[in-house]
Design a protein around this ligand. Sequence first.
Ligand code: PMP
Length: 409
Amino acid sequence: MAALKLNPMISKMEESYTVAIFSKVSNMKSRGEKVNGALCVGQPDFPPPPEAIKATAEAAVQGLTSYTAVTGTLELRQAISEYLQKYKQVTYSTDEILVACGGKQVIYQAMMALCQEGDEVIVPAPYWTSYPDIVKLSGASPVIMETLASSGYAIDATKLAATITPKTRMLIVCNPSNPTGCAMSKQELEAIAEVLRRPENQHVLVLSDEIYERICYDGLEHASFATLKDMWSRTLTINGFSKAFSMTGYRLGYLAAQKDIVKAVSKLQSQITSCASSIGQHAGIAALKCDMSYIDARVVELQEKRDLAMSLLAKISDVQCPKPSGAFYLFPDISAYFGRRTPDEETIEDGVQLCLYLLQKYQVALVPGIAFGNPKCLRLSYAATKENITETRQDTALKKAYLRGFGSS
Ligand code: PMP
């Protein structure tokens, strides 16, 4: 049989590491193996708001089961517009909003619509695992710009100014960040905007991924990038229902941007998925209008879980981790353990090997930092039960493999 001929684009891209690990965990579970997969996936462990669940059933019973407008139902776009005005103080009309099957899809479509070969897209690292591959799919080149643990992984404005070239089409700002949990303050965002306002940088757009905007801690007030002076028309605001509303399986997200951008991205969507699920969209309206004290209470719990996970990590020597103020991830630097031997005489050379070791020997799934552009770290999601975080099984991975320090180096 002739070799399977694939689009060269496929060989240029990576499969999503996080999705791959999650599938491995699902396979282990389906073989009846006990595995703690809660810490490897960006999925909250609480149910969606009750109003959203009720609306889901209602939609099916009431026959809201047909295609909707490509851009999403007017009712949902109206609800999004009101939400953004009320909570983010940013004004978008209903034709400046596009509803899609998740934030991931709308980021992909936006990149395809706006970027092309010869363009550069600045991706601050550590980055959400999908950004570089999505950039590559558009034909543009990802330009990785490091951020430092010592500054809590915030984007450095001076470094940004030095990274922008005449070819820079877009800067990605993920705030709060997956995987670091870094939530940049308005002041830090303002420093970025100041660089972008310079005459030589007027050509740069910003993709502001704000999917974790409701999940901020210690009283930090999240600011939408589009609220900064002169930034509205240059910003593509991305948000969705997967994180604070815990509606990952609904596959619902949106883009808010100037009309011409939304029009172009909608045109692309019309040939890809037509529209997001009608039932999901109905539930999305209810989620945006739900009693937000439900979400606020979940965020308080997440902050407690962050503190619990941080205190457990602090007990492990040679592990560094800045305290995050948003999202629900820790991104500890575990590189001090590379080259050391495990209690069963295996030498762990890198983060991928460490994650495989933890999964195979102790059935705990974590994601190696290389998936996020920093091979020294690994990512742990604490949007799990407190039992999952402390791991009640007798031979816990963190206790046995970490606390014993992998034997000698
Ligand atoms: N952006 C970031 C930073 C994310 O972490 C995720 C989900 N992991 C997404 C976008 C996409 O979310 P969804 O497609 O579920 O809306």
